[in-house]
Design a protein around this ligand. Structure first.
Ligand SMILES: [Zn+2]
Length: 126
């Protein structure tokens, strides 16, 4: 498991964890499967669609879900590390409290981040 706050990477006792992103490149269909985006969404307590929208907007790629509920982005040129970094960018912008950096936050009205740990309300920059 990875620490949700990437700056806590060397702290084994940091208690907020998430699954590392797993991808499979399907060069035949020119797309990349994001295998566990639902699991990560659960770890982050967000809707998987919110994360996908962020990833596709950030990279300028199309995100799709097929009949078997598998999630893909168009293109095959991204590495696991690059996509993991995009997930971290999402976390830094939309998950971590701007005041105490705790990830126990809720999105209110799509623009405001409410922190359950310290009560801070901060603006989400999308
Ligand atoms: Zn806070």
């Amino acid at each position: 498991m990875l620490n949700i706050n990437e700056t806590q990477f060397n702290d084994n006792f940091y208690r907020y964890k998430m699954h590392p992103l797993k991808i499979t490149i399907c060069s035949r269909f020119n797309r990349t499967q994001l295998e566990n985006i639902d699991q990560i969404a659960k770890n982050l307590e967000r809707n998987p669609k919110t994360i996908l929208k962020y990833i596709s907007g950030k990279l300028g790629v199309k995100a799709t879900t097929d009949k078997l509920k598998r999630t893909f982005i168009s293109g095959t040129s991204y590495t696991n590390e690059e996509l993991q970094q995009v997930v971290y960018n999402f976390i830094n912008q939309q998950i971590l409290c701007k005041s105490c950096f705790n990830p126990e936050t809720e999105e209110k009205d799509k623009l405001v981040l409410y922190c359950r740990a310290c009560g801070e309300k901060s603006e989400i920059k999308k």
